[in-house]
Design a protein around this ligand. Structure first.
Ligand SMILES: [Fe+2]
Length: 250
């Protein structure tokens, strides 16, 4: 049973910087006055200020959907500032800092809201989507609006492509059509001009060119044609986000 529609029993906010295509999310419980931040940008002052515009929720958790390659995560700094026990990340993220490791199917409760972690390897091996209250899916870079996240920033693009194909078709597309999706990037991937900030599983199933390939070979062809250049310095960004090199930018 979905809990979507206009009468949300919880607080849900997209936090977008005007100068960035990245989106941070805040999920808050009206019941407990607590909230969780997902994929915070490095400018955590901005994230915290934006999160508190609509509520005075106490930040009790922070999640990174995956090890980012295109921007430096603010999750560690947020955890430090709010004295959180760690950053929720997938169990094999390889991060060198304190994480709270979770695996596929793990459920995190925030008041009466349920956040279910869905492991969706492909864009990265440690990627997780988060299903909030069975109605809103934070898709990270696994599913974008009209596209999917790139697979060429890891070790083996073909293997990543096959994994992403399986994550999309065996996990996300098995969700109901009316589940809303909320990606980490707006206007990324093939479709730099995308302006919408949300979609649904049903709309993507029907409209997304990334979901029409009928097999892994066709999908790999789609995933290796017409992409914008790789993010500059992405290998150093991955190292920073894993905690392999120091970062003290507060
Ligand atoms: Fe990413």
């Amino acid at each position: 049973m979905h809990n979507g529609g206009n009468k949300l029993t919880f607080i849900f906010k997209q936090i977008k910087r005007p100068d960035s295509g990245c989106v941070t999310y805040m999920i808050g419980s009206k019941e407990t006055g607590e909230c969780i931040i997902v994929d915070p940008l490095l400018d955590i002052d901005f994230v915290v200020d934006e999160a508190k515009i609509e509520s005075s929720c106490k930040i009790i958790g922070v999640i990174d959907t995956h090890t980012h390659a295109d921007h430096i995560s603010g999750a560690r700094n947020l955890a430090k500032r709010f004295k959180l026990p760690g950053v929720y990340m997938y169990a094999d993220s390889g991060s060198k800092f304190k994480t709270i490791p979770v695996t596929d199917g793990h459920i995190l409760r925030l008041g009466n809201i349920e956040l279910r972690f869905i492991h969706t390897p492909g864009h990265t091996n440690d990627h997780m989507c988060i299903l909030v209250d069975n109605s809103k899916l934070l898709t990270g870079d696994t599913m974008l609006i009209g596209d999917v996240g790139r697979i060429d920033l890891g070790l083996d693009p073909r293997e990543n492509s096959d994994r992403l194909y399986e994550s999309l078709h065996n996990k996300l597309l098995r969700l109901d059509d009316d589940v809303e999706i909320f990606p980490l990037h707006i206007g990324a991937a093939h479709h730099l001009g995308e302006k919408n900030t949300t979609s649904t599983i049903g709309k993507e199933r029907t409209n997304s060119p990334a979901l029409t390939p009928k097999n892994k070979d066709e999908f790999f062809k789609y995933m290796t044609e017409d992409w914008p250049p790789k993010p500059p310095d992405y290998q150093n960004i991955i190292r920073l986000n894993r905690g392999e090199t120091s970062i003290e930018i507060i």
